[in-house]
Each structure stands twice: as structure tokens, then as C-alpha cells.
Design a protein around this ligand. Sequence first.
Ligand code: BGP
Length: 474
Amino acid sequence: MTKKFYQFPEGFWWGSATSGPQSEGAALEDGKSATIWDYWYEKEPERFFDQVGPKDTSTFYKNYKDDIKLLKEVGHNSFRTSIQWARLIPDGTGEPNPKAVEFYNNMIDAVLAEGIEPFINLFHFDMPMCMQEKGGWESREVVDAYVHFAKTCFELFGDRIKHWTTFNEPIVPVEGGYLYDFHYPNVRDGKRAAQVAYNTMLSSAKAIAEYRKMNLDGEIGIILNLTPSYPRDEKDEEDVKAARIRDLFFNRSFLDPSVKGYYPEELIDILKKDGVLPYYEEEDLDVIKNNTIDFLGVNYYQPVRIKKKEKEESFDVWMPDKYFDNYQMPGAKMNPYRGWEIFPKAIYDIAKNVQDNYGNIKWFISENGMGVEGEERFRKEDGSIEDDYRIEFYDEHLANLHKAIEEGSNCFGYHAWTAMDCWSWNNAYKNRYGFIGVDLGDQSRKIKKSGHWLKQVSDTNTVVVDDKLMPDYE
Ligand code: BGP
């Protein structure tokens, strides 16, 4: 079997991402207030796999010192997590909680002490419940409160954090909370969704404005889940149009204002024509224009395949779905546990899109990974899990990323999802993603085969790929 060696650029960031709500646990300890997740779980535990809620997620709050040592052992030179708003400022606004300041200070210092670069994100789906009660992202009061939270983080930790991001996948709370019912507050209303998306975008730009005022030595970006929309038939104009509109709503609604400082005209035209343009103030547009990102994080898991609307559907409220249908491509390679298509070439396509249409801004893969149910099947005698399927998944995606880098894409790193098995929202602990297995009984950790693979990759800055996994579109 031939193997190919893909060498990555010097100084490439290798590591993984997690988030506060999915890994810290201690959900209501030391003064942390409830997020929408804590609240929703209390109300409807049956919406969560095996009825496992967010209370004890992977216990990073207690075990961070040992966990960070494990990150080092599996080759991390960088690591992302998030600061939970509800932990740092339990009332949503006002003074920070000293216990939380102590935790985040200690955690950041422990990461740095291992020679690992911390990337800190400020919002990962974790709206404090007290802020949701004020209207969540529909409310401009909450926008101001978020900006205050962001500023507090910059003041407290900005001396050590050089890579900030304002949001992780800001479109997901829009989809989950206001369109398709997989996040609280479980609303289905496209007009309200558009307002939520707009206010989130404004919050990001306002937080960036605060960061710039402080003249700190670091950079700030945003993390977007760019799921390319592929038309069913590239020769069918209506399929192509449907895919383009889907891309406008779910990718470009954050990508364009974040990188270019303005919204795509076609998106504005559609929202205006349909009478669902969000409320905005004239000066907002200057804030968005003048506060674009320094770098882009891209989470990529799966492509989206789209076809034209096949039959009239009647919606009682405005929904973006009036413009397209989802399409399951026959023969697609699937991750059956998550129901997501595996399509590594999309990483190359994303990279080329950023290179050709977004000024080749510097960017990195901020999440990519494969969740698998029942990994116990692959446990060996020495107790470790032999997750060759995960290594193959990473190899294949990295080979495609490498091809784009060779062609000039400005990509500076690759973070997998995730280091330690963590809590996955409604899916709780159903699918495991980690380089390190977590036993939910006694919370013990055990490095999987993929953890050793990452160490090798990061030490050599090289990915060795079997020929059968190489990109076949050279
Ligand atoms: C991304 C989120 C992560 C993580 C991941 C895996 O969308 O940023 O928080 O959860 O997806 O997906 P899931 O947990 O839904 O399986």
C-alpha cells in the first residue's frame, strides 16, 4: 500500500476544541446560574438522550489540572474552550463572580504552563436563563449585556489570551431555538429567527469594537459552521438557485458581515420582499462595517445537499424553507450514528471559497470530528479504544485540507472535536468524539488510539495517509 506524507506549514496549530457547558460540569456550583440548557433539562428531560442532562458534563471544572496534562500527552499545542457567561456573571450583567474568575484564571494558567496556546470563545449556545427571560437574542438589552460580558473577559484574561472568538456557530441557536426546535426556547418562526441572527451578528461586531478599544496584544475572530450547500444537479438552474439561497441564509448571513462588514444584497432583498427584515438602527451598520474579524474559525462536519422545492408547502409563519428542500444523495457515505454525510472534499471547497471570495483571510479548522455510538465494542485488552475509523476520518479530511494549503489557502491550524468525550446537547453522551475516553461511572480517562495518532501528527507536523484516502480530484 502506498502512503503519502503531507507536511503542514511551520507553526501549525494542532489540538482540539470543547466548550464550557459541554465539559465543565458543576452546572449550578460556586454561584453559577442556570443556562437555557439547565432550565430546559429540568422542564423536559425526555428531550435528552437517556435523560442525561448538563449537570456533570465531564467534570472539567474539578479535574482541569489532570485533563490539561492529558491534552499535552495527546500532542496539543493549542486548545479551545469557552468561558460560560452564566458562570462568570451569574446575573447576566454586573460584577463577575470571584469564584469563576479564580477558576478561569487557574485553568488558563494551567494550559499555558503546559506550553499549550489557549483559544477562548465567548458564547457556545449557553444563554444564561436570566438573559433568556429578558428576550434572549431578540432583545437589544441582551446584546448590551453580552458586550459587557465580553469586555469583562478581555479585561480579566486579555493579558494572556491571544486568540479570542466572539461566537461558536451563531447560526445554530437560530436554527435550533427559532426554526427547527432542537434548542430552547423551541420557537418556530422565521421572522423572529432573522431578528435573533441579526442581533447576534451585531453583538459580535460590538464585542470586537470593545476589544479593539483596549489595544491588547491578540486577535479576535468568530467560529462559523460552514456547511457548503451542494445542489442536487449542477445543471439544473432551479436546484442551483435553491442551494444558493440556502447558502445565503445559513452560511453567508454570518460569513459576509463578519469578514466583509456587510450583508449580501440578495439576502437583504429576499428578507425585504418577504417582509421579514429584522429591526436595525442605522448606526449598527457602521459598527458591523468597522469591526470585521482578524481570523475565521470553521467548524466542518457534513455538507448540505439541496434541491428545488418539489411541492408547495404551506407554512403558518415565514420559514426560509419555502425556498429549498433538503436532499439525501443516494450512495452517500454516512456516519450512521449521527446521521451525517461524510464528505471530506468539502474542506477543500470551503478553503477555496475563503481564498477566492473572502480575501484569503487567515482561518483554521476549529472543529471537525466523528461521533460514534457504542465505542466499547472497540476496547482492547489494555483498556484503550481502537478507533481506527476516527483516524481514517481525520486523515482523509486533512489530506483535503493539505491540498488547499498547497494551493495557497491561508489556513493556520486544525482543531478536532474533541479531546475528552463530552456532553453533546440533546444527544448527551450517545456519540463519543474524544481522543480520550471518559468513563461516566467513575470519570476515569483513557487515551484512545486516535490520541496517540494526534501526538504523532503534531510532533512531526505531518499526516501520513494511505493512498486509498487521498483526494481523487487532482
Ligand atoms: C458542533 C458544536 C459542538 C459539538 C459538535 C458535535 O456543532 O459546536 O458543540 O457538539 O457540533 O455535534 P453533536 O454534539 O451535535 O453531535
